[in-house]
Design a protein around this ligand. Structure first.
Ligand code: PYC
Length: 315
């Protein structure tokens, strides 16, 4: 039976993990029945008919603003592992690389896969994944590209900032002349700053851009750059953000600053790392992003209809 607001008590089986510090909650059983359409059609049904389930899975009291949820679904295509729809505290994500790495590690933990190559279906298209013997997961993400260069944003209370807009499976504004010190101890200030950039950018005619990516020099000698990524629901990514890393590669490739196949190590605000490279595909790039995830819990969540906060605490 599919999850419903009418049932008194429902059990949902989930596996929690983190990828380079960023949590993913994979729903393995008890989720909504979204039919047999494409993943994009399934996401539309999810959003229209089962949004209460999204909120119940990732918002407090069972989750937090930082959680990314991943609904793992069976599909008709037997050549793929299945499909996945990513969501967060306020809605749905196009693609999510850290979540994909978390899902692959989850499937390995459950004994469903062993090291090898696989394909996963997402609402933004199929992605290829590779699980290595040492637990590293490499994701060949969706084609990525830069659409705008040198956009100046007038940020209230701060200097004008200039950056690029790029697609890496989600829409990003990427900038490095923000004047902010990228330091984990400044997470609150960075969040407020990036939120103001986002509001100003959206008001300036770019409403689809919902991830803000601030760049700075690397802290670690083995990294090429550090980022602070503000996600759509105002939580910052603890990982280096795989779709954000893909968007960065698209900008570097477009500028001629990183050659095809050359390595780029992206460091997060907490010091964790993704390694990445790309291949050209026409005028877009195919990003390859690698990192590791660790399973932190296998649990049964209870949805008790008499609980006033059964469907999550929303803003
Ligand atoms: O790794 O692609 C990613 C991601 C998107 C939002 C949070 N993480």
């Amino acid at each position: 039976m599919s999850v419903s607001v009418e049932q008194d008590l429902q059990e949902i089986r989930v596996v929690d993990s983190h990828t380079e510090g960023e949590p993913t909650r994979v729903v393995m059983q008890g989720g909504p029945d979204l039919g047999t359409g494409t993943l994009a059609e399934m996401r539309t049904v999810f959003e229209r008919e089962f949004d209460f389930f999204r909120s119940a899975m990732v918002n407090e009291p069972r989750g937090s603003d930082v959680y990314v949820g991943a609904l793992f679904v069976e599909t008709l295509d037997e050549s793929t592992l299945g499909g996945v729809i990513f969501f967060n505290n306020i809605g749905y994500l196009g693609m999510c690389v850290h979540g994909t790495i978390g899902l692959v590690q989850t499937l390995a933990h459950l004994g469903r896969i062993t090291p090898g190559d696989f394909v996963l279906e997402t609402p933004e298209g199929n992605v290829s994944v590779q699980l290595l013997e040492d637990g590293t997961v490499s994701v060949m993400n969706v084609p990525s590209y830069r659409t705008h260069t040198h956009i100046s944003v007038d940020v209230p209370g701060a200097d004008t900032v200039t950056g690029d807009i790029a697609w890496g499976g989600n829409w990003f504004f990427l900038c490095d002349d923000h004047g902010q010190q990228l330091d984990q101890d400044r997470a609150e200030e960075l969040t407020e700053y990036a939120w103001n950039v986002r509001k100003a950018l959206n008001a300036q005619g770019y409403p689809a851009v919902n991830h803000i990516e601030l760049f700075g020099p690397p802290v670690s000698e083995s990294a090429d750059g550090q980022n602070f990524v503000l996600c759509p629901g105002k939580a910052y990514d603890r990982s280096p953000c795989g779709t954000g890393t893909s968007a960065k590669l698209a900008c570097l490739a477009a500028e001629g600053k990183l050659a095809e196949g050359e390595s780029w190590v992206q460091e997060s605000i907490i010091g964790s790392r993704f390694s990445a490279h790309y291949k050209w595909q026409g005028d877009r790039i195919l990003p390859y992003v690698s990192g590791k995830a660790y399973v932190t819990g296998v649990s049964t969540l209870l949805l008790n209809r008499s609980d006033p906060y059964c469907w999550g605490i929303t803003r």
